[in-house]
Design a protein around this ligand. Structure first.
Ligand SMILES: Nc1nc2c([nH]c(=O)n2[C@H]2C[C@H](O)[C@@H](COP(=O)(O)OP(=O)(O)OP(=O)(O)O)O2)c(=O)[nH]1
Length: 138
């Protein structure tokens, strides 16, 4: 069996807030929110891919920090891995794949309509970043 292709998602953190990005394409994903990122290319580390994707999609420099434990299936042959990352410079703009960005506080993390497959990933990322799932239940 061939290995699944890894899509890396960034739990990008700045000032205690998490960045969510609203997809503009393809039609079946458009309007739903995700962690910015993309496919790891052959020969790339996941961290390299994350830095590249955040530069391309958001125009920012970021530093990957920790892998969020777990992996989440996407469409057939793809799996989502998530890393926390810190914003080093730049102000994120939706340059590619997204039409809106939001910085979410722990209390706001469930205010956006995350892609179904991202919900468990965001839950783990929130737990790692903030020490709880952001739902308000402590
Ligand atoms: N980036 C990202 N993609 C996700 C998430 N959840 C999810 O189902 N996906 C899906 C959407 C896409 O089908 C795929 C990632 O592909 P992409 O189009 O963002 O990646 P890419 O920039 O490397 O793609 P490409 O344009 O080079 O083909 O994974 C997520 O949280 N982040």
């Amino acid at each position: 069996m061939t290995e699944p292709i890894v899509v890396v998602g960034a739990a990008l953190l700045s000032g205690g807030r998490l960045l969510a990005a609203r997809r503009s394409a393809p039609p079946e994903l458009a309007g739903r929110w995700e962690l910015p990122g993309g496919k790891v290319e052959p020969g790339e580390t996941p961290q390299d891919a994350l830095v590249r994707e955040l530069r391309e999609e958001l125009g920012v420099e970021a530093e990957p920090a920790e892998r969020v434990p777990g992996e989440w299936p996407l469409r057939a042959g793809y799996v989502l891995h998530v890393w926390t990352a810190h914003l080093l410079s730049g102000d994120p703009r939706p340059l590619e794949d997204h039409d809106e960005l939001r910085w979410l506080t722990p209390d706001e993390v469930w205010d956006v309509d995350w892609l179904d497959q991202d919900v468990p990933a965001v839950m783990e990322a929130a737990r790692l970043a903030w020490g709880r799932d952001g739902s308000g239940v402590r």
